[in-house]
Ligand binder design. Structure first.
Ligand code: BGC
Length: 771
């Protein structure tokens, strides 16, 4: 009776009565709202938690308080599409979601408009599948090519990362669904990710690891931010007042909620400290966390103001959600239309690395091709772990080529298909059940390659018009990549490329290598053999069709690399301090163990400091296999009439880009800036803006205009804890890649200083790389 009365008199949440609802909340209810709704972290069927009850397979929920009209909201992975279970018990319907191109593929388009379109489509699927927030975009920096989750992230450069992420966020949120930019911050490795201490200078943190997040927050106000598992300069990101309040809110003006990455009570990090630091929501949620918050307030170790501040933010988030607005989810998004979008985006993100003698696009004389490599038949549409999506289908290379009217040689195709069946069965039989990421529900597996006899290679060279060799690589959450078996090609793969190239060339027939990988592989040792090399990335469910579009010239490649492809993995200075590389520093031997199981405390010193990716190779004149920003087209472009001007705080850069070749195409244009001599050492040049032309017909010119702010020219001066723009003349170098600057314009800029909070002081001594 009493309860009923309470319920009757309780205010029901509206957008304009949050204070009133807060007054009516008990301390227990407030604590519950700050902790996700999961009861059982490792429940079956979902990654985690009670979300399994309303949307099976979604990652988590926020707690409902029905008495106050506060609905449960549902959080789903992310980022390459909605990750929910495709089938449900006692339900004949299916719940497949579109597998969009992975992060690197989207970034490689250099097209923020497309990233925004993808965002719209994903936002639509989030809503239609009864969810509220997509746990993405993933935006950690590609500090090193060996990070297992690089495929989910965008680039080694923070401007590309931030601009693409902001566009994705704008797209999703325009649909009335939420995003969670992750993993904040400095989570650029998987090994030991839940405990590792990422030691980084304040400057490298601000200029590189945080910069992308800063851009996304300032330009798109994501509803939520996900704090990462790792420590930064000795403190867990999840409990870091510096990261979650001083930088995120005080410096950048973030308005939304911060949620933890998926973990329970942390060793050495009291729940109350997370709350006080500005972590509004503990995911997936443990009853003990609710208890800890209640007790913290009762015994005075946690202030009621901190709790109320977070509760208010939670309610401000909730009133924006589809759940609160009682969105009528259909469970039937337009998967066909979204599949077309994946194909369009993938086509624009695919990167042509090599195309000798105009081998591509194939002419009409190429009617039958020999398809080598297991990944031709089991094309990898996305990576593994929470970032995988249960797609309705994946178009493999055979199907893609067939759809475009190209046949594959019958015998080889049959043998590979039978082998694939065998490889699947064998994989299942041998699988180590403790390796959760090896389960099919966590993404497609890469099976071992099939031996091919010399006789078979010869027969193929005689019978087919061309050869395509797909080199596949799979990677994902929980494990970093191994140099020898994943970054480098195996002896077998290199041998296959060389043999097929030699034998087909003897017959006067071309050879194309397709790299079906979310991240970088070694190319320097074998790239001279094939005629053409294409990076397909993991381009989503329409992969084979996208590849056929490129191979036949239906689409003209316009993707460019958003990370350096080095000669060797060890060329990146960060490799020295990347786990598992230096066995003395990191003494575990089996990287393929979920890092949750490795005891002990580990650290990663970011001694390369500001020299990440091209900032290093370009400043230290180090050879690379393919530079940052590189990618070929079937046409050529000329750059002319560079201009740069400043009006108020806004700098405008423009350049005329002319299609000087024979077919229509688009060009991604990059603006690098070299700063005048100032008090700080700086990279040779840094990307500050980019743009992409529309489709230009042969002979057509577009004046491409790109904008930035004066503060974007700043470097972070630790001695002043401020962003500082030195006064002087800046060179704006407009290029087709970092190594292919086409023209330059200069601009005199007045100096400026922008004070920041003093945050993330380095505790360990770091031996920072300098020129
Ligand atoms: C991952 C996140 C993911 C979450 C929920 C975590 O292990 O790091 O990226 O969103 O799980 O599945």
């Amino acid at each position: 009776m009493e309860m009923n009365l309470l319920a009757q008199n309780a205010p029901q949440l509206r957008a304009d009565n949050i204070s009133e609802v807060m007054k009516a909340m008990t301390l227990e209810e407030k604590a519950q709202l700050l902790v996700g709704g999961a009861n059982n972290f490792f429940s079956e069927g979902a990654t985690v938690g009670r979300a399994a009850e309303s949307v099976p397979g979604a990652a988590g929920t926020t707690a409902a308080i029905p008495r106050l009209g506060i609905p449960e909201t549902i959080l789903t992975d992310g980022p390459a599409g909605v990750r929910i279970n495709p089938t449900r018990e006692n339900d004949s319907r299916t719940y497949y979601a579109t597998g969009f191109p992975i992060g690197t593929a989207i970034a490689a388009t250099w097209n923020t408009g497309l990233a925004e379109e993808i965002g719209h489509a994903i936002g639509n699927e989030v809503k239609e599948y009864h969810c509220d927030v997509i746990l993405g975009p993933g935006m950690n920096l590609h500090r090193n090519p060996l990070c297992g989750r690089n495929f989910e992230y965008y680039s080694e450069d923070p401007v590309v990362t931030g601009k693409i992420a902001a566009a994705y966020v704008r797209g999703v949120q325009a649909e009335g669904a939420g995003t969670s930019i992750k993993h904040y911050a400095v989570n650029s490795q998987e090994t030991q990710r839940t405990s590792v201490d990422e030691r980084v200078s304040q400057r490298a943190a601000r200029e590189l690891y945080l910069k992308g997040f800063e851009i996304a927050v300032r330009e798109s106000q994501p509803w939520t931010v996900m704090s990462s598992y790792n420590r930064v300069n000795g403190e867990y990101a999840q409990g870091s007042h510096d990261l979650l309040t001083k930088i995120l809110r005080d410096d950048w003006g973030f308005q939304g909620i911060v949620m933890t990455d998926w973990i329970g009570i942390r060793d050495g990090l009291p729940v109350i400290r997370e709350v006080a630091a500005g972590n509004d929501l503990m995911e997936p949620g443990q009853p003990q966390q609710v208890k800890a918050i209640v007790e913290g307030v009762q015994n005075g170790s946690l202030s009621m103001e901190d709790v109320d501040r977070n509760v208010r933010r939670m309610l401000e988030y909730i009133v924006k959600t589809p759940a609160f607005k009682k969105y009528n989810a259909t469970n039937a998004p337009d998967l066909r239309q979204h599949a077309e979008l994946t194909r369009k985006v993938a086509n624009e993100g695919i990167v042509l690395l090599k195309n000798s003698n105009g081998t591509l696009p194939f002419g009409t004389n190429v009617k039958t091709v020999s398809l080598f490599g297991i990944s031709s038949y089991h094309f990898l549409s996305g990576g593994t772990g929470s970032g995988c999506v249960h797609t309705p289908y994946v178009v493999d290379m055979v199907t893609g080529l067939n759809n475009a009217g190209i046949q594959t040689t019958e015998e080889l195709t049959n043998v590979y298909r039978k082998y694939l069946e065998f490889a699947r069965l064998k994989f299942e039989a041998d699988r180590d059940p403790s390796k959760w990421f090896q389960r099919e529900e966590f993404g497609q597996q890469k099976y071992p390659e099939m031996e091919v006899s010399e006789r078979c290679y010869r027969k193929e060279a005689a019978n087919a018009d061309a050869a395509i060799i797909t080199i596949g690589r799979q990677a994902g959450e929980g494990i970093d990549r191994d140099v020898n078996t994943e970054f480098n090609l195996s002896d077998f793969e290199r041998d296959m490329i060389i043999k097929v190239s030699n034998l087909f060339h003897q017959e006067g027939k071309p050879v194309v290598v397709v790299i079906n990988s979310g991240s970088v592989v070694e190319t320097a040792s074998w790239k001279s053999y094939p005629d053409a090399i294409i990076v397909a990335w993991q381009p989503g469910e329409e992969g084979g069709n996208s590849m056929a579009d490129i191979l036949t010239g239906k689409a003209n490649p316009s993707g460019k690399l958003t990370m350096t492809w080095p000669m060797a993995a060890s060329d990146h200075p960060s490799t020295r301090n990347f786990p598992d590389y230096d066995q003395d520093m990191y003494q575990f031997t089996d990287r393929a163990v979920s890092n949750r199981q490795i005891p002990g405390f580990h650290f990663t010193n970011h001694e390369e400091d500001i020299y990440v990716g091209y900032r290093y190779f370009d400043s230290f004149n180090k050879d690379v296999s393919y530079p940052f920003g590189y990618g070929l087209s079937y046409t050529t472009f000329e750059y002319d009439k560079p201009a740069v001007s400043i009006k108020g705080e806004e700098i405008t850069v423009s350049v005329n880009v002319r299609n000087s070749g024979k077919v229509a195409g688009k060009e991604a244009v990059q603006v690098y800036v070299s700063a005048p001599q100032g008090s700080l050492e700086k990279p040779e040049k840094e990307l500050k803006a980019f743009g992409k032309t529309r489709t230009l017909q042969p002979g057509e010119t577009e004046t491409l205009t790109m904008r930035l702010q004066r503060r974007d020219l700043a470097s972070y001066d630790e001695s002043q804890t401020a962003w500082v723009v030195d006064e002087g003349t800046y060179s704006f170098k407009i290029g087709a890649s970092v190594a292919d600057i086409r023209c330059t314009a200069t601009l005199k800029v007045a100096g400026m200083t922008e004070k920041t909070t003093n945050a993330l002081a380095t505790k360990a001594k770091l031996n920072l790389l300098r020129k």
